[in-house]
Design a protein around this ligand. Structure first.
Ligand SMILES: [Zn+2]
Length: 472
């Protein structure tokens, strides 16, 4: 093991009691079981994974009435479990965590992605980072907390769900629409966001996802009567769309900081090397230093944190090599800063391309293009309340002394968009440490350090007790 931080090594190397060993073994068994149940969209079943975890909970003594497997069809089931709290008057706390994983081909991987392999201090398998590590941790912790007789000060709901990575049966969305009573909560936690960043196994910071960009696709299209390609005319559908994309390429949305990203750069700066540190501090000035912003924006991660982005992701057009195109289409994918709306960005795009021949339409998650803006809302971000942050900072300080807790904005998208849209504030909190140069979610040979997994399991156990009281 390669732990530069001695305190962490001590924590990990302290001899474990028989009970602690049994708890670790259970977490490992659950992790293995989940990795080896294929939950991809193409060939897998989240129902099978949900039922396997339900059985574990029932075997551990959870009442059948509090453990439910529900879903819109045979293969896209979700697990919802409720732990009853001492104060029925307080609204519940919800944890959402997806069970499905991204496709993985055996031929692309060194090991079988659906076999749980321990090798060189890592666990390998599809979902070891995204996000079966946390599914396993939550089930293991619920079982441990029940054995210890723990009673939270309010109801705790854990929902392990389908179709976060794709598909038409998103579990969080489906549960909120069809079983709101089972999901209703004061706020939600989502381990798929946030998390612990390490360098060669040494923890450097703990991120809490406190805001999320809004995902929106736009279809650019141009039509034309077409004709014989031996008689070209200036008015050409492909040229119209290509010119429009060229203008989008050259356009940069203005820099904009909010409560979360401002705090993110403030707390991130001391961890960075000289130039990046100075640049992060310089963009916090009013007005932000333009040269510093330009340098930071060269890093796609910081660029996407500083502004709305729109990028061409697909293109098609024409119907024959010897015909003038009658139709050209492109998809432009935007990640919109919170506080801005899809129709505002559409208006902006129309002004940028300034070509009445190009039509811009909204594309739904199901892939349908429409003139009507989506109902999706995007709230201006607020800092997480001390109720959530304080216990997190306390547990983080116990487990990873010196590593700051940094609120951040998810630049991608997670299931939090559904809970947020349902009026349930949602925060990404995870204790699984991933090396910053070893992010393999969705990729080949996905893996997590063995020690990081066990620490992540321990983290949620401690965080739940810190958040919801340690009463018996
Ligand atoms: Zn995920």
């Amino acid at each position: 093991m390669n732990f530069a931080r001695p305190i962490l090594a001590v924590f990990l190397l302290a001899p474990l009691s028989a009970t602690e060993n049994a708890d670790r073994q259970l977490a490992r068994d659950l992790f293995q079981q989940l990795i080896e149940i294929n939950t991809t969209l193409s060939a897998g079943s989240t129902t099978q994974a949900a039922e396997a975890m339900a059985k574990r909970l029932l075997d551990a003594g959870f009442p059948a009435a509090d453990v439910k497997v529900l879903g819109p069809n045979q293969s896209r089931g979700n697990l919802v479990v409720r732990v009853h709290g001492t104060n029925a008057a307080s609204k519940a706390v919800l944890i959402i965590c997806h069970l499905d994983v991204v496709e993985a081909r055996r031929s692309d991987w060194t090991t079988d992605p659906f076999q749980f392999v321990e090798k060189d201090g890592y666990f390998y398998g599809r979902g070891t980072q995204d996000v079966k590590d946390n599914d396993a941790a939550l089930v293991a912790d619920l079982i441990r907390l029940r054995r210890e007789g723990w009673l939270p000060d309010r109801d705790l709901i854990v929902a392990l769900t389908a179709d976060e990575e794709g598909g038409r049966s998103n579990g969080v969305d489906w549960l909120l629409r069809n079983h709101r009573d089972l999901m209703d909560a004061a706020y939600a936690l989502n381990p798929d966001g946030g998390g612990v960043t390490s360098v060669k196994g040494k923890v450097v910071n703990v991120d809490v996802e406190a805001s999320e960009k809004l995902y929106q696709d736009y279809e650019f299209s141009a039509t034309n009567p077409g004709g014989h390609s031996s008689l070209p005319e200036p008015d050409n559908a492909i040229y119209h769309v290509a010119d429009a994309l060229g203008k989008v390429e050259k356009f940069t949305f203005p820099l904009e900081l909010n409560a979360i990203t401002r705090t993110y750069f403030e707390r991130r700066a001391p961890l960075e090397s000289r130039q990046t540190k100075d640049d992060m501090n310089a963009i916090l000035h009013t007005p932000p230093d333009a040269a510093a912003a330009a340098r930071l924006s060269q890093d796609p991660r910081y660029n996407s944190t500083l502004r709305t982005t729109c990028v061409a992701t697909r293109i098609s057009g024409g119907h024959a090599n010897n015909a003038l195109p009658q139709l050209a289409q492109a998809n432009v994918n935007c990640r919109i800063l919170p506080g801005h709306s899809p129709d505002e960005i559409r208006t902006r795009l129309a002004a940028i391309i300034n070509d009445p021949k190009v039509t811009i339409r909204y594309v739904s998650d199901a892939g349908d293009a429409s003139e009507r803006p989506p109902a999706r809302r995007s709230f201006p971000p607020v800092m997480p309340s001390p109720e959530i942050l304080k216990p997190l900072e306390r547990v983080a300080a116990e487990m990873w002394p010196g590593a700051p807790v940094i609120p951040d904005m998810e630049t991608g998208a997670s299931d939090s968009i559904y809970t947020i849209a349902a009026g349930i504030p949602t925060y990404g909190v995870s204790g699984m440490a991933i090396d910053q140069d070893d992010v393999r979610a969705h990729g080949k040979d996905e893996r997590i350090r063995v020690a990081a997994f066990y620490n992540g399991v321990e983290f949620y156990y401690r965080y739940l007790k810190a958040l919801l009281g340690g009463g018996k």
